[in-house]
Design a protein around this ligand. Structure first.
Ligand code: NAP
Ligand code: MG
Length: 501
């Protein structure tokens, strides 16, 4: 077994420059404190590893004033796109240069292994940022020939212009903190918008460092502001503020619903990346040798704290026993430990609150008749650990099959020959991801077309890429992260009609 509590002796000087300190917010390019501070905890041991200001409604107001000033009177929105691109590419380089430091800080604040944080909070989002930087020079309107009967003698030149939507409010969770921050900030900045970002108060350090690096890269003061604090105060104030034009939110469906309702009062545009309960279907003809570890990664990747985690598994009765047995082995073989221990394969959950929530779900599954065939426990340790769990004998009416757990808990269901796997996959209020594991090409294509989900995978799960839009349908929200779609959602269309008679 790996060590369970993080040992900070080997942290780099760069990480120690960020951790174990009291930080400031970033408003109008200035560091701004507050009267109260929030402690940030290491989830491997509950120790305080620094603090951030508990921002207020007034902090949000100041940040919005700065962002509006930068939008309306600054250079960012009107800068030549290739210059914005150059600055964003410079920012990507700076993040990459500090990659090891940022990965360490993220491992300490979020409890995820260094390999995980380096890959998903540094390397992948840096690629996303570079992709978005390139999008800045590919913003195109259209030209068209017009001329209705009411002006037969006149001639016109007509076109559309795409303009930045304005000030964007980004509100993000704690599961992949720096990646979430970059997903929000990159398309907004590429489009020429200015930003107010609220990171989760549980994982704020890397977002604050991103703000500093943005200034260093040449992003003008006030273009990118960061307000730390509590969602119900700072987040809610952003959603209500008339000076914010668009909210880009990632988080729970419950809070997303609240935001959509409150934001409608000021007609804000919205991108809502919400919860999921993504199905994985294993057909009888699947290559089990590849499918079993693939499915295990689908649920246990990022400790199951992944919005598109494959948390409902449907297995054909012919291969059910073999798949279940393989999954139990996979779950039991995962080495739990502290995020900085290189032998760790899975760290703790992000907080004790999240650990309690996941354990409550496991308990509810047991009460409703599910069988815990792997894991299902907390470790006898102050860290927020939950052992990788497999629940067998589950059915559609159980909470563990319908509700998002956001932890390492897989509910396994059996299906019979002749059952409609598309209906099984669609049997959820959510529609974020879905996967099918099969060697039947036409079955796979039909599944891709018929499933109601933002992303459908075949013989894989959770593969994301900067060039592939990512978003949900149904209660998983609307709008996209990444790809051209993300940038387009930060632009509004203006039509121009010019009399050239
Ligand atoms: P959450 O409670 O919904 O919080 C998300 C963010 O919203 C946090 O910054 C939070 O601040 C803030 N917030 C809370 N109440 C608010 C309000 N009334 N107005 C404005 N902002 C408010 O979610 P979480 O527990 O942090 O994260 C887990 C959830 O995120 C899961 O349900 C998961 O599915 C979802 N998620 C979705 C995606 C996706 O792309 N679809 C990706 C990752 C996660 P506080 O931290 O202070 O509460
Ligand atoms: Mg929350």
């Amino acid at each position: 077994m790996a060590e369970l509590s993080n040992n900070y002796d080997n942290l780099s000087d760069g990480a120690l420059d960020i951790l174990f300190k009291s930080h400031d917010m970033l408003i109008g390019g200035q560091r701004v404190g507050a009267s109260d501070y929030i402690d940030v905890l290491d989830p491997t041991n509950g120790k305080v590893v620094g603090s951030v200001p508990k921002g207020t409604k007034e902090s949000v107001n100041q940040a919005v004033i700065s962002a509006r000033r930068a939008l309306e009177h600054g250079s960012w929105a009107t800068m030549r796109p290739y210059e914005r691109e150059k600055i964003l590419l410079k920012l990507a380089d700076l993040i990459e240069l500090e990659g090891d430091i940022l990965a360490e800080v993220e491992a300490v604040e979020s409890g995820r292994t260094l390999m995980n944080t380096r890959l998903f909070d540094v390397d992948f989002p840096v690629n996303c940022l570079r992709y978005m930087a390139g999008c800045a020079t590919k913003i195109h309107g259209k030209t068209t020939t017009i001329g209705q009967g009411f002006a037969p003698s006149m001639e016109f030149f007509a076109c559309t212009l795409l303009e930045p939507v304005g000030v964007v409010g980004g509100i993000i969770p704690w599961n992949v903190p720096l990646c979430q921050a970059i997903w929000k900030v990159a398309p907004a900045l590429a489009a020429g918008c200015t930003v107010v970002l609220k990171p989760s108060e549980m994982t704020p350090f890397t977002a604050l460092r991103l703000g500093e690096l943005a200034l260093e890269a040449g992003i003008p003061e006030g273009v990118f502001n960061i307000v730390t604090g509590i969602g119900s105060e700072v987040g809610a104030a952003m959603v209500e503020h008339p000076g914010i034009d668009k909210i880009s939110f990632t988080g729970s469906t419950l809070v997303g619903h609240r935001i959509a309702t409150a934001g409608s009062k000021t007609f804000k545009k919205m991108t809502l990346e919400l919860g999921g309960k993504s199905p994985m279907i294993v057909m009888h003809d699947a290559d089990l040798e590849a499918s079993i570890p693939g499915v295990a990664m689908g649920i246990y990747g990022n400790h199951g704290q992944n919005c598109c985690a494959g948390s409902r598994l449907y297995v054909h009765e012919k291969v059910y026993d073999k798949v279940l047995e393989g999954l139990i082995e996979e779950a039991n073989s995962i080495v739990l430990g502290s995020s900085l221990d290189p032998t760790t394969q899975m760290g703790p959950l992000a907080s004790i609150a999240q650990q309690s929530r996941v354990l409550r779900y496991i308990e509810s599954g047991k009460e409703e008749g599910a069988e815990i065939v792997a894991g299902g426990e907390r470790l006898d340790h102050p860290g927020a650990y939950v052992t990788p769990t497999v629940l067998a004998e589950t059915n559609r009416d159980m909470k563990v099959v319908q509700e998002e757990i956001f932890g390492p808990v897989l509910s396994v269901l059996r299906f019979k020959e002749g059952d409609d796997v598309v209906s099984l996959a669609n049997d959820s209020e959510y529609g974020l991801g879905a996967s099918i594991w099969t060697q039947n090409l036409s079955k796979a294509h039909q599944f891709v077309r018929q499933v109601k989900a933002g992303t459908v995978w075949v013989n894989t799960h959770n593969i994301l890429d900067p060039a592939i839009p990512f978003g949900g349908v149904k209660s998983s929200g609307y709008g996209h992260e990444m790809a051209e779609e993300a940038m387009l959602s930060h632009l509004i269309t203006k039509s121009a009609v010019i009399n050239i008679t």
